[in-house]
Design a protein around this ligand. Sequence first.
Ligand SMILES: *Cc1c(COP(=O)(O)O)cnc(C)c1O
Length: 344
Amino acid sequence: MIFDLRSDTVTKPCKAMLDAMVIAEVGDDVFNEDPTILKLEAKLAQLFGKEAALFVPSGTMANQISIKVHTQPMDEIILDKNAHIYYYETAGYAFHSGVSVKLVDGKNGIITANDVLANIQAPLDWLPKTSLVCLENTHNKGGGACYELDNLKEIRKVCIENNLKLHIDGARIWNALVAKKYSPFDIGQQCDSISVCFSKGLGAPVGSAIIGDFSFIKKARRVRKAFGGGMRQVGILGAACIYAIDNNLQKLELDHQHANEIANCLREKDWVKSILPVETNMIIFEVDEQKTSVLQILDLLKEKNILAVQFGPKQIRLVFHLDIKAEMIPILKSKMDEIIISKQ
Ligand SMILES: *Cc1c(COP(=O)(O)O)cnc(C)c1O
C-alpha cells in the first residue's frame, strides 16, 4: 500500500468517472459547440452567481489568462508573498502580461483589506499602476488556510473604492467552501473572476475553469486561444469535471478530517517542531533540526511507502485526497509511530 501524500493532484479517475467520460456528448469546443463543456460552464456560472465560465487545461493557465485580461503592461498586482501566481507560475505574469508584483507579508498566505490599501501605488507617471489584487483561497504555501467571508468583503470594498479588479486563485476553493461553509455564490459576489481546479481534491484527471462576467469571459476566450489552450472534443474531460462536482465535493470533508487526525498524531512526535494550523486537507510541519533533517524524515517516510515533499527549508507537506481512504488512516498513524529518531 502506497501513501502518496505529495499532492492532491495524484488522484486517479475512478471507474464511475471514466464511465461518464466514455459516454460524454462532444463537439468542437473552439467553435464553442461541445455540449458537455457548455453544460459544465453553465453549471459553474450558476454555482458562483456569475454570467459565464471558460474551461481551460490547467490552473496556471486559468490564472495567467485572468491576469492578462485584467491588466495592461506596466500595471502591478498586489498579492501575498507566497502566492502560487508569484511562486509557482514561472513569472508568467511578467512574461505574458508585462506586469510587476507587489508582495504582501500575509499571515499563512491570507492578506487583509489594510494590506491591500497600504500597497496601492500613487498615480504618478514613474510608478507602476496598481490594477489587480489576487487572493489565493485556500492558500497552498499557507498550509491550506482559508479566507473568512468578512475579510473577502472588506477587500472587495477596498478594490471597488480604488478601481482595482479582484481575482481569486481558487484552485482549492472547494476545500474552503467545505471548511468555511460559505457558498460558491457568496464567493462569486466578492470577486471579478475566480479560477477553479478539478484535478486536485475533486479527483478529475485534467481541467480548470475561469468564472466571471460575459465581457471578461469573451476576452478570456481569445487569450486562451493565443496561449494555445483552445481544445476540440474536450467534453470527455468536461464530463469528468461534472462528475467530480456532483460526486466528490462533499467527500472533501473526509480529507480534512484525515489531515486533522494525522496532525494530532504528528504533534506528539519529538522530530516535529511545529505544524501550521490545519484548516483543510494539508499539513505543513517543520522538522526539528536538532534531532534530524527534512531529508532524513523524507527517506524514513519513503521506506514505509509514505511519499511527501519538502516545502521550504525545514518543512514537509502532506496532502490528503480521494485516494487516501478512511481505512488507510490507522495504518498511516502506526507507520508514523514507527519512525523513531535515535540520538546522535
Ligand atoms: C495547483 C495550483 C494552481 C495551478 O495548478 P496547475 O498545476 O497549473 O493546474 C494554481 N493555484 C494554486 C493555489 C494551486 O495550488
